[in-house]
Write a protein that binds this ligand. Structure first.
Ligand code: F0G
Length: 454
């Protein structure tokens, strides 16, 4: 295979501050062994998230200058609206400041005590917003989705049989909507097949229940469908994207991912009654419906980003460069969630640190070691993030790749650092939490090592 190069040249650069191991040790101690508490300037390669961390194109920056900042009816809003309608086919488009604002509005309208919301896997903010409304969030991903070694092409699928049982158990009247997250972030960035979305549509039709997409990474999901699903290889990604949205009654989107921008979100709806209720809440906390928590320039950047993300040379590079990281880690003996996801590689921390039980946060131990050794920031997705009540099925460390931001040599450096940590993994110590907030503890918890330094 020929090398797939970054399909862009660099026009603006941001220096990275190099740090010494001693500086990093001090910074990590001060952060309570929680990399969310670090200052970004103390980081060499930041793989904490792919959300809002990407680079915008020259056309997006040109759009920023063209932004119309009128309070109501701005030209930028109509450009944004046209683009979103063209790509997704949704009539009602509400701009929000980011994905979780769309979730908060949606679940304030449809959630509430006694309600149950099924999803393949809720992302943490989605779960938190469902639960904040008093409803219950249930995860119904297919069983292969929980097996890090399975090479199934669509491990993000929502299990249709489990969904049927859920409807029978709790009753359609208590299920305000079914959600499916594309790609399935909490389940390893794995895609959902078109076939699965079609089947979910049928079940939802039978129970007269709306189907919603959490469509943060809709373009990456569509590219996987094109690559992997029988009969889809000849279609354009844009066509596949359109069919995904056509199958749904609504969608929440964080534009910080496949919108290729640093801030922004969308709530897409078909139902007019629901739109009226959502729009009233939007005005209450986000803003007037033609800007909804964003500036006119942000709407321009999103309109342009949504077009660029569908370029197939971009997606080829994007998915291949993530896969490259996965392949190289596999070669040095690091067990990852297979097959490589779209926006991130997920390291299996249970396999990495078999000597650290889940209660002592093996993922967090790997995260700390990567920072100490190479100034790399990654994100634990395991017992720290989800284990406050019961341990999750996987202990993962996510290496999320910001879009269009790092080059292959940055990624090669990440591979070297992780290979080094892996070679010395027996010396890693488990952790205990010394301070934690009541919800979403991974953001602010502080830790200490159970046995002296790693
Ligand atoms: N849904 C999914 C699947 C997400 O991955 C995220 C954010 C959200 C909703 C919420 O969007 O951040 O704009 O409010 N994921 C980021 C991440 C934070 O690091 O995976 P938001």
């Amino acid at each position: 295979m020929k090398t797939i190069i970054e399909p862009f040249r660099i026009k603006v650069v941001e220096p990275i501050r190099m740090t010494t191991p001693e500086q990093r040790e001090t910074a990590l101690r001060e952060a309570g062994l929680n990399v969310f508490n670090l200052r970004a300037e103390d980081i060499i390669v930041d793989l904490l998230t792919d959300s809002g961390t990407g680079a915008m194109s020259s056309e997006q920056w040109a759009g920023v200058m063209r932004g119309d900042e009128s309070y109501a009816g701005a030209r930028s809003f109509y450009r944004f609206l046209d683009r979103v309608q063209e790509i997704t086919g949704f009539e009602h488009v509400l701009p929000t400041h980011q994905g979780r604002a769309s979730e908060r509005i949606l679940f304030e309208v449809v959630g509430g005590p006694g309600k149950v919301v099924p999803n393949n896997n809720h992302f943490d903010t989605t779960r938190a917003n469902v639960e904040h409304s008093g409803a219950k969030a249930v995860d119904l991903v297919v069983d292969v989705g929980k097996d890090p070694r399975s090479l199934d092409p669509f491990k993000g699928n929502l299990d249709v049989a489990k969904l049927e049982s859920c409807f029978k158990e709790v009753g359609a009247e208590n299920i305000p909507l079914v959600m499916v997250t594309v790609t399935n972030n909490s389940g390893g960035g794995q895609p959902v097949s078109l076939q699965n979305i079609r089947e979910l549509r049928k079940v939802c039709d039978r129970y007269k229940t709306p189907l919603f997409l959490d469509a943060c990474r809709f373009a990456e999901n569509a590219y996987f469908i094109k690559q992997r699903e029988l009969g889809q290889g000849e279609r354009s990604v844009a066509e596949i994207v359109r069919e995904m949205f056509d199958l749904a009654d609504g969608a929440t989107i964080s534009a910080k991912k496949d919108g290729l921008v640093n801030i922004g979100g969308l709530l897409l709806l078909r139902d007019s009654e629901l739109t009226t209720q959502a729009r009233n809440l939007l005005i209450l906390t986000e803003g007037f419906p033609t800007y909804g928590g964003l500036a006119g320039r942000d709407l321009e950047a999103i309109a342009q980003g949504l077009e660029e993300v569908l370029h197939e040379d971009y997606l080829t590079y994007r998915i291949r460069s993530t896969e490259y990281l996965g392949e190289k880690l596999r070669e040095v003996g690091v067990q990852i969630v297979e097959p490589p996801g779209g926006h991130a590689i997920y390291v299996d921390a249970k396999a990495f640190c078999p000597h650290i039980p889940p209660a002592e946060f093996p993922g967090q131990a790997v995260v700390c070691a990567m920072y100490r050794r190479g100034g790399i920031r990654a994100c634990e997705i395991g017992s720290v993030m989800f284990g406050a009540d019961e341990p999750p099925s996987m202990e993962l460390v996510r290496l999320a790749i910001p879009r269009r931001t790092y080059t292959q040599s940055h990624i090669d450096y990440v591979i070297e650092v992780l290979a080094g940590v892996h070679a010395e993994r027996e010396s890693l110590s488990g952790l205990r939490i010394v301070e934690e907030p009541p919800a979403l503890r991974h953001f602010t918890a502080r830790f200490e090592e159970i046995r002296g330094g790693n």
